[in-house]
Design a protein around this ligand. Structure first.
Ligand code: FES
Ligand code: CO
Length: 325
C-alpha cells in the first residue's frame, strides 16, 4: 500500500499548515500513522501519538512549560521526546531510560509543516516564488480526497482535461488539441516545454487567448505548474503537495503564487481554486484502478500525456509501491 511506502517515508511529507498548529497538541494521520504535532518556544514538533506508559494518545494532553504532557498519568516529554517527569515516581527514583516518545524530524517551510517519518533527513525541494518578493503567495487547502495521492498528482499534471472538466474556466472544447511538447529531466526536477492552452478569459478582461503552461515534478507527491501570459508576462504558479492519510484517503494542499495584481482577495483566490478542484475531485475519486498503473502497457496514452507518463516512470524509477498488498 502506498501509505506504507518506504520511499515516501524517507521523504518530506506535508502534514498541515503552520498556522493551524497552535500550542495545543493536534493529531494528524500521516501514512496510516497517528502523529501528534505541538508547538513550544523552539517551534513545531512531531511525535508518534502514543505514550509509552499505557498507550494513551498524547494529542489528548497539553503543553506545559514547553513539554508535552500525557493527560492520563501526567508524564511529561521534552522537545526531543525524552520523558523528563513521571509524577508517580517516589522522590529520588530515576526516570527509566526507555521513557521516550518517538520523535519524527519535522520542518516548517513554505507555510507548511513537513514530516520525515524515517528520520533520514533527505534534501528538501526548493520553491523559488515563495522567497521572491515580486510574488504574492496564497496558501490553499486542506482539501480531503478519497483517492490515492498519485491519482491526484497525475490529474494536476494532465493538460488534456482542462478543456473538458474545466470548460469555460481553463479551456474550451473547440480548442482541445494539445500540440506535441517535450519533457526534460534534470537533477532536481522533471519539467516540460511550454504548452499553449486556449483560455476563454485568462486575466478577467473578457478576452480569450492562448496562455502557456509548464509543469514540473519536484518530488513524488509535490508538483507545480506555471501559467504565463505572453502579452503581459504575468505568471501564476501553483505548487501542489499531497498528504497521504490512509489507503485511498489524501489531503491536498497548495501554494498559489502570482507576480501580478490579481485584483482579488486571498479568499476569492482560494474559493476559485476550491471550485476548480471540486471539478477534478469526482474524477480522481472514481478512477480505476485506484493505484496509478506504472506499467505503461496498462491504459492507453497519447503523446499529449507525456507529462503523466514521465510521472509514472519517475515513481517506478524511485520504487514507490502503489500496490494493494
Ligand atoms: Fe501516558 Fe500513562 S499513558 S502517562
Ligand atoms: Co483539473
Amino acid at each position: 500500500m502506498i501509505v506504507e511506502d518506504n520511499v515516501l517515508r524517507s521523504d518530506w511529507i506535508v502534514a498541515g499548515k503552520i498556522e493551524d498548529i497552535k500550542e495545543a497538541p493536534k493529531q494528524v494521520v500521516l501514512m496510516s500513522e497517528r502523529i501528534v504535532l505541538f508547538r513550544n518556544e523552539e517551534g513545531i514538533h512531531a511525535f508518534k501519538d502514543l505514550c509509552i506508559h499505557r498507550g494513551a494518545s498524547l494529542s489528548l494532553g497539553c503543553v506545559k512549560d514547553g513539554n508535552l504532557v500525557c493527560n492520563y498519568h501526567g508524564w511529561e516529554y521534552n522537545s526531543e521526546g525524552t520523558c523528563v517527569k513521571i509524577p508517580q515516581l517516589p522522590e529520588g527514583r530515576p526516570i527509566p531510560l526507555k521513557a521516550k516518545a518517538m520523535n519524527y524530524l519535522c520542518k516548517e517551510a513554505y507555510g507548511f509543516v513537513w514530516i520525515n517519518l524515517n528520520n533520514n533527513n533527505p534534501d528538501f525541494f526548493s520553491y523559488p516564488p515563495y522567497m521572491d518578493e515580486n510574488y504574492r503567495n496564497v496558501l490553499w487547502g486542506p482539501q480531503e480526497v478519497n483517492a490515492n495521492p498519485p491519482r491526484i498528482v497525475e490529474n494536476f499534471l494532465d493538460v488534456g482535461h482542462l478543456a473538458f472538466i474545466h470548460e469555460g474556466f481553463l479551456g474550451v472544447q473547440e480548442h482541445a488539441v494539445i500540440n506535441d511538447y517535450d519533457v526534460h529531466t534534470t537533477e532536481d526536477k522533471i519539467y516540460c516545454d511550454e504548452i499553449a492552452i486556449f483560455q476563454p478569459d485568462p486575466d478577467g478582461s473578457g478576452q480569450s487567448k492562448d496562455v502557456f503552461y509548464t509543469y514540473e515534478i519536484l518530488r513524488p507527491l509535490t508538483v507545480l505548474f506555471t501559467k504565463r501570459d505572453p502579452d503581459t508576462e504575468n505568471k501564476m504558479t501553483i505548487l501542489l503537495t499531497i498528504m497521504p492519510v490512509e489507503d485511498r484517503k489524501s489531503i491536498a494542499f497548495g501554494v498559489m503564487s502570482f507576480n501580478y495584481d490579481t485584483g482579488t482577495t486571498d479568499q476569492e483566490i482560494i474559493e476559485f481554486q476550491d471550485m476548480i478542484f471540486a471539478q477534478d475531485k469526482p474524477i480522481v475519486e472514481n478512477q480505476k484502478p485506484e493505484e496509478l498503473p506504472l506499467d505503461l502497457q496498462i491504459e492507453l496514452s497519447l503523446k499529449s500525456d507525456r507529462m503523466s507518463i514521465a510521472y509514472r516512470q519517475y515513481l517506478k524509477r524511485l520504487g514507490v509501491t502503489l500496490g494493494t498488498d
